[in-house]
Write a protein that binds this ligand. Structure first.
Ligand SMILES: [Zn+2]
Length: 172
């Protein structure tokens, strides 16, 4: 069986640092779905993100990014969650009638605002048996804040360079 290659399987994971990468853009009519690869560990050089940190940061960042995106016109957050390889997260957004050269400005601000929002959180959102499928594996705000500061450093670097981080692709 010939499998249709996923875009991310064409990325050279041996030559990748921490960063925010624009993984792909899927267009359907006037909606573009943008997938960001929020890579928080260097594959094979740094230890993967622990289950506790991944789950805790998922709750905090998913809440933060949705709240921060509420007033952005023509954009909606579709999804935020961890990668199976435990080296980062995917952030998926839908844009309506928005030029691609606007993505960086909108998304770098959204990521920065979301980090600062987490710094103001008093507790990990939805840390209970009704709102989460496995809440006892969640850590506290100390873990979320440590992860947030690591992401904020990556976002600041991205803003300084004026563009998303760039993948190195495998040769066909
Ligand atoms: Zn949960």
């Amino acid at each position: 069986m010939k499998m249709k290659n996923s875009v991310t399987f064409n990325v050279d994971h041996s030559r990748m640092g921490r960063g925010v990468y624009l993984s792909k853009i899927d267009r359907m009519s006037n909606v573009s779905t943008v997938t960001l690869d929020v890579r928080m560990r260097v594959p094979y050089k740094e230890e993967g993100i622990s289950n506790e940190e991944m789950h805790t940061f998922e709750h905090c960042f998913a809440t933060a990014v949705r709240d921060c995106a509420e007033n952005i016109e023509n954009m909606a957050v579709a999804y935020f969650g961890p990668m199976g390889c435990q080296t980062g997260y995917y952030l998926v957004l839908n844009f309506l009638d928005t030029a691609e050269d606007k993505y960086f400005e909108i998304l770098s601000k959204l990521l920065e605002d979301s980090c600062l929002y987490i710094e103001k959180m008093q507790e990990v959102p939805a840390k209970n048996a009704l709102q989460c499928g496995n809440y006892l594996t969640l850590g506290g705000m100390d873990i979320a804040l440590k992860a947030e500061k690591e992401l904020y450093d990556v976002v600041k670097e991205m803003k300084e360079q004026g563009d998303f981080h760039k993948y190195v692709y495998l040769e066909d």
